[in-house]
Design a protein around this ligand. Structure first.
Ligand code: CO8
Length: 281
């Protein structure tokens, strides 16, 4: 019998007073199980959780709030049954103003840094496709559980975008240098089963319920451990990478601006958007 994350009676739900999508409520939903201290954070920007400037700001605020609440663990998931997160909102890259693009990329860097450097344990419950920035969100977590029959990967080069060094490193740390090099250059999207094989995800689950059970099992492994020793070790492992990103962030932003404002990139992006629409027909 699978254990649910929480008995509804002991669930505290933060309904943040944030911008919301027209039909589906808050952009980020947080439910805290007061008994375990685990928070379920649900990405809720219909239809595909694409990362707009405002959405990333909400994710960052949510993590700040959870740090203050001294939670014992976080499970990051999606309200969609098909898409964990479709990556950066492509519309943010269509003929953007330079100022906005700089802010978008800065927020993407901050979102990565915030999630990568949490003091509490984190699990990505990948219950849908996770291309590009969706894979980035999953990679920031300590542990990844993916439902079957979806895809995940850093497909940026397929769109004409270079994968930034800090994200390449996160991929390398997860799957090893050789797999990461090939995957980043090719922009490979892996099936759930392939992702398990190369270590991009840690476990597969038949459905979200089973994945939730496995996520809680991972968090339970820290139940009797000193939170201090755990988080200090994690941060000693990860802080240097965050500092490296921060030191080079302006160069990274300049490179992205040059990449995205280029007319060839814009033409390729228009074709990519069209291909997404054609795929639907
Ligand atoms: N941004 C904005 N809108 C999107 C995005 C997106 N990333 N992805 C999909 N949509 C839109 C679609 O155009 C569609 O719109 P409409 O209904 O108006 O036609 C709607 O969302 C639903 O999409 P689908 O019908 O395609 O939904 P499916 O469930 O069939 O498929 C997928 C979902 C698999 C997610 C599919 O939509 C897809 O492949 N999308 C493209 C994903 C992608 O390539 N993202 C890359 C973004 S770039 C990025 O993240 C770079 C930053 C990452 C880190 C740094 C590295 C450089």
């Amino acid at each position: 019998m699978l254990r649910k994350i929480a008995n509804p009676a002991r669930l505290l739900t933060f309904q943040r007073t944030m911008a919301s999508t027209a039909s589906t409520g808050p952009l980020v939903r947080t439910e805290l199980d007061s008994q375990t201290g685990y928070a379920k954070v649900t990405l809720n920007r219909a239809p595909v959780n694409s990362l707009s400037l405002e959405f990333m700001a909400e994710i960052i605020k949510t993590v700040d709030e959870l740090e203050r609440s001294k939670i014992r663990g976080m499970i990051l998931t999606s309200s969609s049954s098909k898409v964990f997160c479709a990556g950066l909102d492509i519309l943010e890259m269509v003929n953007p103003s330079e100022d906005r693009l700089r802010s978008v990329w800065r927020n993407l860097q901050d979102t990565w840094a915030k999630l990568y450097g949490t003091s509490f344990p984190t699990v990505a419950l990948i219950n849908g496709h996770a291309p590009a920035g969706g894979c980035l969100l999953a990679l920031t977590c300590e542990y990844r559980i993916m439902c079957s029959n979806f895809s995940i990967g850093l497909n940026e080069t397929q769109l004409g975008l270079a994968v930034p060094p800090w994200l390449q490193k996160t991929m390398k740390n997860t799957v090893g240098a050789r797999e990461a090099e090939i995957a980043c250059i090719k922009g490979t999207m892996f099936s759930s089963e392939e992702a398990l094989k190369i270590g991009l995800v840690d476990e597969l689950a038949a459905d979200k319920g089973e994945a939730m059970h496995k996520a809680c099992n991972y968090l339970d492994t820290f139940k009797n451990m000193s939170p201090y020793a755990r988080s200090a070790t994690k941060l000693l492992l990860r802080n240097k990478k965050i500092e490296d990103m921060q030191r080079a962030r302006e160069d990274d932003i300049d490179r992205v601006v040059k990449n995205v404002m280029n007319s060839d990139f814009q033409a390729g992006l228009a074709a990519y958007l069209q291909s997404l629409k054609d795929r639907k027909k």
